[in-house]
Design a protein around this ligand. Structure first.
Ligand code: ZN
Length: 460
């Protein structure tokens, strides 16, 4: 049996692992590379395998850095099934089409009048790939090939996310490989805690935050409460919240409603101004049985009317524009999460220059984005070719992360009854992954731990 690390090796994006035996060949994830100048060429590079020869794909979750190259894979001849949880399949309908739409727009923009250059993939190609999805349930055995069986376990990262256990029969042996996928931080809203796994012959584990600890939820809630109470009650302005449409927006809604229920927040109008966030929230509610107990309870509470708390989902552009006239008392959650596209840019344009308003940063801001400039303390930023002074307060909510921190990763690995024969640290920056590998050797006494390089193959 051979495993090849095609992405998510020494880096956090582009997750893709190829498993080959004498009988079958399959992929786990087929993600897009994101961020940095090399991402574009890496996404366009020839696949290191023949897509027509891949029998099936096992998909851990809907995030684009795990799923984003599926349309290209299908366009280049992959005809097999893509196994994913039902919630992941629903989210992909939104996310892959959105991704394809962005690819088309970017190609158009770069091409200019009369020039060549095709998008990475088109909306039609994404629609084609979506037809290959096979929705499956958690904790239920599937048989994607005569020599392979698999069970998806809840990874607690985003809705539908999975840890994938795979048993592969080859060379007269039957071995178990565990792909952690992206693991969630325990005790976080909406999703459940990551499922316990107690053993594997071969383990691929993520290490995004293998080098740090998150702030506690209690600290995060205090910060959130302070930012909102101070803005709405003392300063009398609006709170503008850039947030990723899938995951982070739903998590924020949960926290805001919960704080209001506990009488820690005043009356407020919450506007969710992102059509994609609205669809992602609908999908989350549709999969209510996957939510953790606290979220289910809160949902019960929400079904009753509560004066003072109004949650409005904004779909039309006209409604979105109307929000620009609101001067105080509003919490506006909008995308994109890094402020570099979408409706959030208009809300920043109208509120950033007002000292009575607050910008609440809730997620990672990559270098070069408008969000990063705001976080880094710019006195003035450029939005749609106009200069906007930064006079609003800027708060950064540090404790929200969809990824397990170092302690939570070690906690999850601590359930293994014995060390896997081989452990590969993936989905982390090179130095973080190496540091985390050392930690496994020292703390858990696991010796066969390595950080694979991109394109490396191992025969097991
Ligand atoms: Zn993810």
């Amino acid at each position: 049996m051979k495993i090849t690390f095609l992405g998510g090796a020494g880096e956090v994006t582009g997750s893709c692992y190829l498993v080959e035996t004498a009988h079958t060949r399959f992929l786990v994830d087929c993600g897009m590379f994101q961020g940095g100048r090399e991402a574009g060429p890496k996404n366009r590079a020839r696949f290191a395998f023949d897509p027509r020869a891949v029998d099936f794909v096992l998909l851990t979750h809907a995030h684009i850095d795990h799923s984003g190259l599926l349309p290209r894979l299908a366009a280049e001849g992959f005809h097999g099934p893509i196994y994913a949880t039902a919630a992941t399949c629903d989210l992909l309908q939104v996310m892959l089409l959105d991704s394809a739409h962005i690819q088309e727009k970017e190609a158009e923009w770069q091409r200019g009048p009369g020039k060549g250059g095709a998008p990475l993939y088109t909306v039609a190609q994404a629609e084609h790939a979506l037809k290959q999805l096979k929705p499956i349930a958690y904790d239920t055995e599937i048989h994607p090939h005569a020599s392979v069986r698999s069970i998806y376990r809840d990874a607690g990262h985003i809705l539908g996310s999975a840890i994938i256990e795979v048993w592969v029969a080859a060379d007269g042996r039957n071995r178990k490989i565990v792909f952690s996928g992206d693991l969630g931080q325990p005790m976080r809203p909406i999703v459940r805690d990551p499922a316990v796994v107690t053993g594997a012959d071969v383990l691929l584990v993520e290490s995004t935050y293998g080098n740090r600890l998150h702030k506690t939820m209690a600290e995060t809630l205090n910060e959130l409460e302070h930012a909102i109470v101070d803005t709405l009650k003392r300063k009398g302005g609006n709170v503008i919240v850039p947030a990723f449409a899938v995951g982070r927006t739903q998590e924020l809604l949960y926290l805001l409603i919960d704080l209001y229920r506990k009488q820690r927040l005043p009356a407020m109008d919450i506007y969710v101004d992102s059509p994609m966030a609205m669809r992602a929230t609908e999908i989350t509610l549709r999969h209510g049985s996957l939510l953790d107990t606290e979220s289910a309870n809160l949902m019960q509470w929400m079904r009753k009317k509560h004066d003072g708390l109004h949650i409005n989902f904004v779909q039309d552009v006209e409604e979105s524009i109307a929000l620009h006239r609101i001067k105080s008392g509003a919490v506006i959650i909008s995308a994109s999460g890094m402020c570099d596209a979408g409706r959030i840019k208009y809300h920043l344009q109208h509120n950033l220059g007002r000292p009575e308003c607050t910008i609440l940063i809730t997620g990672f801001q990559a270098a070069g984005t408008l969000g990063r400039r705001i976080v880094d303390g710019a006195k003035e930023v450029r939005i749609f070719d106009t200069k906007v002074p930064v006079r609003a307060d800027v708060y950064t909510l540090g404790g929200l992360s969809a990824h397990a921190d170092q302690a939570a990763l070690l906690g999850w690995l601590g359930h293994f009854k014995q060390a896997p024969q081989r452990t590969f640290i993936v989905h982390g920056e090179q130095l973080t992954a190496e540091l985390f590998a050392d930690m496994l050797r020292q703390r858990l006494g696991w010796h066969n731990v390595s950080v694979p390089q991109r394109h490396a193959s191992v025969t097991i």
